[in-house]
Design a protein around this ligand. Sequence first.
Ligand SMILES: Nc1ncnc2c1ncn2[C@@H]1O[C@H](COP(=O)(O)OP(=O)(O)O)[C@@H](O)[C@H]1O
Ligand SMILES: [Mg+2]
Length: 337
Amino acid sequence: MQYPVVGFLYGLVVVLILLMGTWQISQGNLTGASFGSYVIAALMLIDPVNHFIHNYSEFKQGEASVDRIVELLDIKPAVRELANAIDLPPVTGRVELRNVTFGYDATEPVLRNLDLVALPGEKIALVGASGAGKSTLVNLLPRFYDPQTGQVLIDNVDIATVTLRSLRRQIGIVPQETTLFSGTIAQNIAFGQKNFDLATVEEAARIANAHGFISQFSQGYFTWMGERGVNLSGGQRQRVAIARAVLLDPRILILDEATSALDAESEALVQEALERLMADRTVFIIAHRLATVRRADRILVIEKGQIIESGTHSELLAQKSRYAQFYAQQFAVESRA
Ligand SMILES: Nc1ncnc2c1ncn2[C@@H]1O[C@H](COP(=O)(O)OP(=O)(O)O)[C@@H](O)[C@H]1O
Ligand SMILES: [Mg+2]
């Protein structure tokens, strides 16, 4: 924006100097030669001044960026490990929320006074409108956020008192979309583990229905992923995420709309792999498929950050309340198909 202005002023100044010079020479106050040297000197100044203006604007932009970085550094991580945090011992997978209230902004709670107990091996489906707080609820388990009030306990240990590593090591997550990092596909599956055994990775990939597509790459498990590497389809990425979870072998598993971004064909393969993964674990499933929800041991209907109904599919349908409505709206089309 400053260049047109500078250009205009520059033109104006040249015209003014020439007019003044001509006038002064005609008055006899100035010789043509000294006016000539003056003009040349003035022209020589233009370049440095231009440079100065240009650099100054870059400097200003830089200053703004520095401010932004300082701002980011200033944000304290929401979750802190206690100085005397202990390692969470291997758990059986009992999960409890005790009067949990949480909001991303403390003044606007997203979850309100939640109480919930999941028994080891129980499959719990969370159902509710978009924005109801389903993802927020499950994100409290690996302590991505801390509740403002209340506690989250795993095997009766308050997770705020344990090391993040020992906690997250015991919770597997298959999100809606999986990100891969730059590295081989074997490294991507062994995510977070420094020393891994290729045979174990391959076994996990088989369970996850991923071995087939991986072995079709000419470099197999050494195929490079991520930036400047092979691109995987959505369904293939999800199977990598499942293989990661199989390898991690956690007692607690979170499936947050793990199949909702897939086409029907990939979904069948992913679904089958998920079924194997879910066995013998405590599972929180946020799903859009009726079949998955219906088979859960318990369905929780979440509305405005509260559990408004809880029960099995048939129990809730019999109540003819929110779940039944939800079922009619969201799932009936699917069940007729
Ligand atoms: N990272 C975040 N920062 C601020 N608000 C968020 C964040 N994630 C979700 N929310 C808000 O919290 C509420 C619950 O969101 P979410 O738990 O994602 O719902 P669901 O998974 O049921 O669709 C929504 O109002 C959403 O806009
Ligand atoms: Mg969600």
